[in-house]
Structure formats: structure tokens, C-alpha cells
Design a protein around this ligand. Structure first.
Ligand SMILES: [Zn+2]
Length: 271
């Protein structure tokens, strides 16, 4: 099993890479990009929510409890006094943080249904709903955030599998095949509940059309391909070998090969 630090590090690199692509595609505002990238990082540690008494699980339940208790607070903010609101916030935090965690771990075991692609889909839909309905983001941004979280989630499962291959002995550890799976075959009941929950959540997701149209657009991919490498010099500094040698532009114009090129030659033919 890959540890928390490894998951966070790899998840951040993958999300950062995706974020760079998204920025180049110029499809969402930079302030949305940060939230979307964070969703990807969250996804890369989320499956270990099923690991009892672990750092990721405690951190995730604390984060979730803070988020939910603020939801409670915002919904009743103008009805109560400050003292009552304080009690409500603290009460709901303790309830979600410790009560939620205890109930959750009663019904799930490590590398069960939460280490599956099905659970990743459930969280994709949930993230899209939260981004649109709670954070008030555009539908396309909401689906993109869910997509980032899903990619982070799958990265976690792949990493867990990679760590169950003993590289030196080329043996598979007992845990092989328990992380990256479509659903949990050992527990069909859990799989059914999560499948139904995912289907239900899907009906509450915002319209996916802007997201699907954006991802499928030919111009988007053509534009990304055009921008993949610098047209001239990397960072405007390093270009051809002439650039590396520090020659001036006029000197670089002089043919340096052993065979002299005719001045009028088509540039493509001398490549
Ligand atoms: Zn894991």
C-alpha cells in the first residue's frame, strides 16, 4: 500500500498536470482552476477514508465535518443568537466528525467498495453537485471538478496496485487486485448500495452538456496540440543549438553545415 505522503505527492503532480492542460485550453477562469485542482488532490487520498484510525481518514472526516457544520450554520444563520449558533456549529461538527466516522467504519472495511471505480463515479457525481449547488459554480466547472476528483481517485487505486507488486522478487502481494476494481465482488451488498446511490446522485447532477461538448470539441484538442511545444525557443531563451552556443541572430543565419545550402532553398528541405 502506498502511504499518505506518496498519495498526496502523486495526486498533486497528476492534478497539476491536468490543471496546466485546462489553463492552456482556456476553458475556465483561473480562480475556478484552483478549486478544481484541489478536488483532484482530494480525490487522490479519498479512497483511504475506509482505513480505520488512519491519518487520511481522520483528516477527511475533519474536513467533511467542518464543511457540513458550516452548511448547517449558513442555513440557520439569521434565526438564532450568536451563542446558539456557536453551539449548533460545535454540535454538528462533533456529530459529523465522530458520529459519522464511527457509523462509516462500522459498515466498511479497508480495500472494500471504497477502493473501486464505482465509488470513484459516486464521488464524481457528488462533487459536481456540491460545486454547482453549494459553491454556486457553473455546470461545466462542476463537472470538470468531478472529473479531476475522479482522475485523482483512479490515480490512488492504480498506485495502490503498483505498490502490491514486489518489484525485486517480481511476486504479487496478497493485496494485488484489491484496489483497482470496478466494484467489490466480495461484498455484492455494498456494491449494490453504492451503485444505487451513484445512480440516484446522477439524477441530481447539473446538465453535463457544456462539459461533454467542451471535452469532445475538435478545436480544443487541436489548440492544445498546437501549444504543446514552444514555437521558437523554450522560455524565450533556449532554442536551436545556435541559441545554446550564444551566437547572435545574424551569425545563426549563416549555414554551419559542411555542405553549403543554396540561399533560396525551401527551409523544409534542409531539415
Ligand atoms: Zn488506498
Amino acid at each position: 500500500m502506498a502511504n499518505f505522503t506518496t498519495h498526496i505527492a502523486v495526486g498533486t503532480v497528476v492534478s497539476g498536470g491536468l490543471a496546466t492542460l485546462t489553463l492552456a485550453a482556456d476553458v475556465i477562469a483561473p480562480e475556478n482552476l484552483i478549486a478544481v485542482t484541489l478536488a483532484g488532490v482530494l480525490g487522490s487520498v479519498l479512497p483511504d477514508i475506509d482505513l480505520k484510525d488512519s491519518r487520511p481518514s481522520r483528516a477527511l472526516f475533519s474536513g467533511l465535518a467542518i464543511f457540513l457544520s458550516f452548511c448547517v450554520l449558513f442555513s440557520v444563520a439569521y434565526r438564532y443568537s450568536i451563542a446558539e449558533m456557536w453551539l449548533l456549529w460545535l454540535g454538528s461538527f462533533v456529530l459529523f466528525r465522530y458520529g459519522g466516522e464511527a457509523v462509516f467504519h462500522r459498515f466498511s472495511y479497508h480495500r472494500g467498495i471504497w477502493h473501486s471505480i464505482l465509488a470513484g463515479l459516486l464521488f464524481w457525481f457528488l462533487t459536481a453537485i456540491v460545486f454547482r449547488d453549494v459553491l454556486g459554480r457553473h455546470e461545466g466547472v462542476a463537472w470538470l471538478a468531478g472529473g479531476f476528483l475522479f482522475v485523482g481517485y483512479i490515480t490512488h487505486l492504480v498506485l495502490d496496485e503498483l505498490y502490491s507488486v514486489d518489484v525485486l522478487d517480481t511476486r504479487f502481494k496478497a493485496s494485488f487486485g484489491s484496489a483497482l476494481k470496478l466494484y467489490d465482488g466480495r461484498s455484492p451488498g455494498d456494491s449494490a448500495v453504492v451503485a444505487i446511490a451513484a445512480a440516484l446522485l446522477f439524477t441530481f447532477t447539473p446538465p453535463a452538456k457544456p462539459f461533454v461538448d467542451g471535452i469532445a470539441s475538435r478545436e480544443l484538442w487541436a489548440g492544445l496540440q498546437r501549444r504543446l511545444l514552444p514555437e521558437d525557443r523554450w522560455f524565450g531563451l533556449v532554442g536551436s543549438l545556435d541559441g545554446l552556443a550564444g551566437k547572435s541572430d545574424t551569425e545563426a543565419g549563416i549555414a554551419t553545415g559542411s555542405i553549403e545550402q543554396p540561399q533560396t532553398a525551401d527551409p523544409a528541405s534542409s531539415q
